[in-house]
Design a protein around this ligand. Structure first.
Ligand code: ADP
Length: 608
């Protein structure tokens, strides 16, 4: 935050205002006071001069009008005047002259050389002698620059006829220097008052600005997220009220921040614990937030795509033109598959609006729908497979039955063969339907295992014996079974079904005179069974697929041999229900081995 300099501060402004107000007041009072004082001092001075002048005039009139004897007897007029001047000529006069009607100086105080000289050019004296009028004026001395009070008073006899005039000069400097001294005192007082007002201004301003400065500091602390401190409340005035309101606001802001923070934490915990991916954008469609699952789904991290456009990131350019498109789209399936794997993402869009229903952002929820879609595809494929598998024997039967109806029933040679075919197809269809039913039950977990304690050594011998008895001698079965008795818990019928299926496949796909090896091995926690043949084998990439429903490496051959394409799928379900594993290994042209394991657990833990 910008720092407030002293000259910008309220403190400075208050000091300036106070000082200016004080100066203005002093100035007004001072001007009035100085004027009054000057007038009063001048008045006192002139009154003093006039008073003395009156006495002097009276005495001089007396001296002028005095009867004088002949010359040489008694004092002359000049002597009388001189003695009056000595007696009444006050020190306050800097110049005092008495002039007769011939404008001759007849008496002078201070400068006796002037006596007898004529005065010309003095207008006041002229006016006094000629017209009997007094004059007064203030003159400034050219040399000393002193101000002089000049007064000319006529001396008249009883008939008011002029006898002469008195000319006086009295220095007014005393009055002015007194005024100056007083002004100086005034000036000193002003200086003192200004100094005191500055100090007072500082103190007053402090009381106002201190709480404000504190609040400013507090506001700065709050802006850093620290709500722990409070502003001091110094009183109940407006600033005190402001401080109380400020503290109140601080508390509310703290509460609001805590709530927001809690909401943020909740949201972030929801986002990070969600299994679905979430991407948020602003009103422009630029990405502002993304959680981990979303990053995993789209294979990009947040830093990489932050601020990028959602349409570009999800490569939806051909599906969505503008942001409104998201609103209409609702949800979109994005195919993110590559050469290696099939991968589908479902994106659900929801619009975020403000209270005025303006578009402010978009929330996109991403979920991996690959499995869902796979299951759906498998389901569709399964239905089509079933229909196909049922249609084939039915079409065959129909054509044979048609041929029989058309007269072949009468042919003793063909009729039994045709009937034989239809019977085989019917049996295959029954097998197919039975297999399908069994699979469906297993899918719905309707078929439970009936486990019993079985000595598998004799159990396997028994199955192989059965095969050898029923089977043609051309294929031999080699037994590699444990010598000792091995007991384990299993569903005898189901495992028999598995082994029957594997061995019949081995026989089916074995060449004439081929050897089948039945191997069972007891390991620490499991029993491994492998049944190998010397048939044509299975290509490596098809090895896993043979356990899929209806999958056949060679469809025509399998059908010809009466297979349904479900045998290994059922076997896989049974083995997995026993918590075992089943897999195939093969070398093309050399033979195939179907392996399965069964855990050697006790009854309670084993199976479903
Ligand atoms: P099917 O009824 O067709 O035998 P299965 O589920 O038992 O159905 O077997 C699936 C496919 O696996 C067969 O169609 C066959 O192509 C292949 N297969 C199974 N066992 C062998 C084997 N021992 N040798 C070669 N191919 C086999």
């Amino acid at each position: 935050m910008k720092k407030v300099t002293f000259f910008q501060s309220i403190q400075f402004k208050i000091i300036i205002i106070l000082t200016l107000l004080l100066l203005l007041a002093i100035q007004v009072i001072g001007a009035y006071f100085a004027q009054q004082l000057e007038a009063s001092l001048k008045e006192n001075f002139t009154a003093d001069v006039e008073e003395r002048l009156q006495v002097l005039t009276a005495n001089l009139e007396e001296a002028f009008m005095k009867e004088r004897p002949e010359e040489g007897e008694g004092p002359t007029l000049q002597q009388d005047i001189q003695s009056v001047l000595t007696l009444y000529g006050s020190d306050i006069y800097s110049d005092l002259q008495v002039i007769d009607t011939q404008f001759r100086v007849v008496g002078s105080k201070g400068d006796p050389e002037l006596i007898g000289k004529r005065i010309t050019g003095e207008s006041g004296v002229n006016v006094a002698i000629r017209y009997g009028q007094d004059t007064s004026k203030v003159l400034q001395d050219n040399v000393t620059h002193d101000r002089e009070y000049v007064r000319v008073v006529p001396i008249e006899d009883v008939d008011d006829s002029p006898l002469g005039a008195i000319y006086i000069e009295a220095s007014m400097e005393e009055v002015y220097s007194q005024l100056q001294r007083i002004n100086q005192i005034f000036l000193n007082g002003t200086g003192l008052a200004v100094a005191v007002s500055i100090i007072l201004g500082i103190l007053v301003a402090r009381t106002i600005t201190k709480p404000i400065t504190e609040m400013r500091k507090q506001a700065m602390i709050i802006s850093t997220g620290d709500f722990s401190q409070k502003v001091n409340v110094y009183g109940t005035d407006e600033i005190g009220q402001l401080a109380i309101t400020f503290n109140d606001m601080n508390d509310k802001l703290h509460m609001a921040t805590l709530t927001t923070e809690e909401e943020r934490r909740k949201l972030s915990s929801v986002l990070s614990n969600m299994s679905d991916g979430v991407i948020a954008t602003d009103e422009e469609g630029s990405i502002t937030l993304m959680n981990e699952p979303a990053a995993d789904l789209i294979g990009k991290n947040f830093e990489e795509i932050k601020g990028h456009n959602l349409v570009e990131v999800l490569q939806l350019e051909d599906k969505i033109v503008d942001l409104k498109g998201f609103q209409d789209a609702g949800s979109i399936i994005i195919d993110a598959s590559d050469e290696e794997q099939f991968f589908l993402i479902k994106a659900n869009f929801s619009i975020v609006q403000d209270e005025r229903e303006n578009f402010t952002g978009l929330i996109t929820v991403l979920s991996d729908v690959t499995e869902q879609e796979k299951v759906e595809r498998e389901r569709r494929e399964f239905v089509s497979n079933v229909s196909h598998e049922l249609r084939t024997p039915l079409t065959t039967m129909r054509s044979y039955l048609e041929a029989l109806t058309d007269g072949a029933w009468e042919d003793k040679e063909i009729a039994p063969r045709f009937l034989d075919v239809t019977q085989n197809e019917t049996e295959r269809m029954i097998r197919l339907v039975n297999d399908l039913l069994q699979l469906s039950k297993m899918d719905h977990k309707e078929q439970s295992l009936y486990k019993e304690r079985v000595n598998i050594t004799s159990f396997f011998h028994h199955i192989i014996d059965r095969f050898e008895m029923n089977q043609l001698e051309k294929i031999g079965i080699v037994r590699e079974l444990p010598k000792e008795n091995v007991f384990m818990w299993l569903d005898k019928d189901k495992i028999t079904q598995v082994i029957d299926n594997i061995i019949s496949n081995a026989i089916k796909y074995s060449p004439e005179g081929g050897v089948i090896t039945f191997k069972a091995e007891k390991e620490k926690h499991r029993l491994t069974v492998s049944i190998s043949d010397q048939g044509l084998g299975i290509a490596r990439e098809k090895l896993d697929k043979i356990f899929d429903r209806f999958y056949r490496v060679d469809k025509a051959r399998s059908r010809e041999l009466g297979g349904t394409g479900l045998g290994l799928a059922i076997s896989k379900e049974i083995i997995e229900a026993h918590n075992g594993k089943i897999w195939a290994t093969s070398k093309e042209g050399e033979g195939t081995t179907i392996n399965f394991t069964l855990p050697l657990t006790n009854r309670k833990r084993g199976g479903k």
